[in-house]
Design a protein around this ligand. Structure first.
Ligand code: HEM
Length: 529
């Protein structure tokens, strides 16, 4: 090709790409414009040239602020019982329902308001590399957690404690020479949590295998991007462009985890179960529970048993490990931060744990955990203050004629509805001094001597939706809160920790929250009798 031909080819390519981009930009602008309901109050949409698109792009940086701004405006002008519209970085605007209509929303059948359709798009489930249908895996996950794992939490608490003790001792050290050491807070707690949770998920052997944990972490990063970020990218070709490499990365890490570590373990367990060997499980973990549970399922798995169990375990790890890790890191940041320190939180929690957990058998007692209402309150307060989602309970309107909301507003088929979770958690009318971390807020709400389950960190309400709400509520929440409670008790009893000099920074990209990962924590092991 001559030099002129190259130049012409380059010009054609540039013109082609530019036209594609212009078409894509116009498509996105029209996509949003068509879905904005002018009859509803709104927040975050400006005026002028390409205003719908500009509003959507801005949401990458200001999504929580926009949702809260709408919540407050509607609260002032409509006495807060009205729905409102906000833009979203995906270019698909959302209708936010007021706090008073959460119950209504959560009770609608799937034929009216459907969470599945939203999940496949918003959480990138379509790009997630599993061999069976995602809905089958989700149904099986629900069954395993609710009918097997949750039923046995009391029985296996000792094994959970044992896993946590080993993970903390290894991660934070057991040297009692009285020397303070400084470690990165996020990385250290994440490693401890990953190991403790993996013990319950994958058994003692795999949870001690450094290379397995490393690959699992990579899988969780890839899977996290697919489920958290992809659905927040603009609809259409940009999303596809980013999703494909992450799908390949997640697929590769999943195949390595499965082929070299999980499948051999699953085969071993199946052989043990089939031969009714006494050594099944060698203690408690999800592998054996998954195999036993899926054999009772009444629907087709869509693939062979070993592949299904492996997919299910990887899916559970993705759903459970990161969220438990992030929530624990947030709680420690609050306990050690300036507000937690002013309230003497660390010592209060230690005193409570020491007064209740007096012997090794107490660590295995479900009643002992229930009695630790201060630790529970601290966890619920941190979860209230730092929800992992800006909005939740997202649903798509299904009927052809649309749906009339309880406030009388009519929304057409295809509209996405949800709840402004973070704004509700920060509503001063519901939680006085809502922006503050008040560690014992929920402990004070309890009547002394009476156990009130509804105030537990694991119990959602229409003003506390950290684990979502109603039928959508997280089935793994009792497992997660038990792990966290044991871990906080173990750490406060066995380690001194210095306060953090300032609040650890958290920031959000779209609806997703991140920590500032460079924060250091100073700790030393205590000498206990
Ligand atoms: C602190 C830790 C956790 C948090 C904050 C959390 C939060 C949530 C939330 C908000 C949902 C609803 C998502 C939606 O509606 O789109 C959910 C669903 C789910 N969670 Fe968790 N979760 C945690 C731990 C776990 C653990 C440890 C497991 C597994 C043992 C788990 C398994 C699941 C599953 C399978 C679902 C899907 C349920 C369904 O949609 O039917 N989660 N979680």
């Amino acid at each position: 090709m001559s030099a002129l031909d190259y130049k012409s080819a380059a010009i054609v390519a540039v013109v082609y790409v530019c036209s594609l981009l212009v078409f894509y930009a116009v498509y996105l602008e029209l996509f949003t414009r068509k879905r904005v309901l002018k009859s509803l109050p709104s927040a975050g949409f400006g005026k002028g040239f390409f205003n719908w698109s500009r509003a959507s792009v801005r949401q990458v940086l200001v999504a929580p602020e926009t949702v809260e701004q709408g919540y407050k405006q509607v609260g002032i002008f409509y006495k807060s019982k009205h729905s409102y519209m906000v833009p979203h970085s995906s270019f698909r605007p959302h209708v936010m329902l007021p706090q008073q209509h959460i119950r209504w929303l959560s009770r609608q059948p799937e034929s009216i308001l459907n969470p599945e359709v939203v999940r496949s798009e918003r959480q990138g489930i379509n790009f997630f590399p599993i061999k069976s249908h995602p809905k089958t895996v989700l149904m099986a996950a629900h069954k395993v957690i609710t009918e097997a794992i949750n039923q046995k939490l009391d029985v296996v608490q000792l094994q959970m404690y044992d896993g946590i003790r080993q993970a903390v001792d290894t991660g934070l050290g057991t040297d009692t020479e009285g020397v303070w050491k400084e470690v990165p807070l996020v990385d250290t707690l994440s490693t401890v949590l990953d190991s403790a949770v993996s013990r319950a998920f994958f058994g003692a052997n795999l949870s001690r295998d450094g290379s397995f944990l490393h690959i699992l972490r990579l899988f969780i990063v890839g899977g996290g991007v697919l489920t958290e970020l992809i659905g927040q990218l603009p609809v259409g070709f940009l999303r596809l462009l980013v999703a494909v490499p992450f799908n390949l990365f997640t697929r590769a890490t999943k195949e390595i985890c499965a082929a070299y570590y999980l499948r051999p373990e699953v085969y071993k367990r199946i052989a043990q179960i089939d031969s009714s060997s006494d050594s099944v499980g060698e203690g408690y973990d999800f592998i054996t529970e998954c195999i036993i549970s899926i054999r009772k399922l009444k629907f087709s798995l869509g693939t062979d048993e070993v592949t299904f169990v492996t997919d299910l375990l990887m899916f559970l790890a993705l759903a459970g490990v990161v969220s438990t890790r992030t929530t624990t890191v947030n709680t420690f940041m609050d306990i050690l931060g300036p507000q937690g320190t002013r309230q003497g939180t660390y010592l209060t929690l230690r005193q409570e744990a020491e007064s209740i957990l007096k012997s090794e058998t107490d660590w295995a007692s479900a009643d002992a955990l229930k009695a630790m209402v201060n630790i529970d309150s601290c966890m619920r307060e941190s979860a209230r203050k730092n929800p992992l989602q800006t909005r939740g309970l997202m649903r798509q309107v299904m009927p052809k004629d649309g749906v009339t909301l309880p406030d009388g507003a009519h929304v057409p088929q295809g509209t996405w509805l949800g709840i402004p979770v973070e704004a509700i958690h920060r509503d001063e009318n519901i939680y006085p001094d809502a922006r503050e971390f008040d560690a014992l807020r929920f402990a004070r709400m309890r009547v002394e001597g009476q156990y009130n389950k509804s105030l537990d960190a694991s119990e959602p309400s229409d003003t506390y939706m950290f684990f979502s709400y109603g039928r959508s509520a997280c089935p793994g929440r009792w497992f997660a809160t038990r792990v966290m409670k044991l871990l906080i008790a173990y750490v406060t009893v066995h380690y001194d920790m210095k306060p953090l000099p300032e609040d650890a920074e958290r920031y959000s990209v779209g609806d997703t929250k991140f920590h500032h990962s460079t924060v250091k924590m100073a700790l030393r092991r205590r000498k206990l009798d």
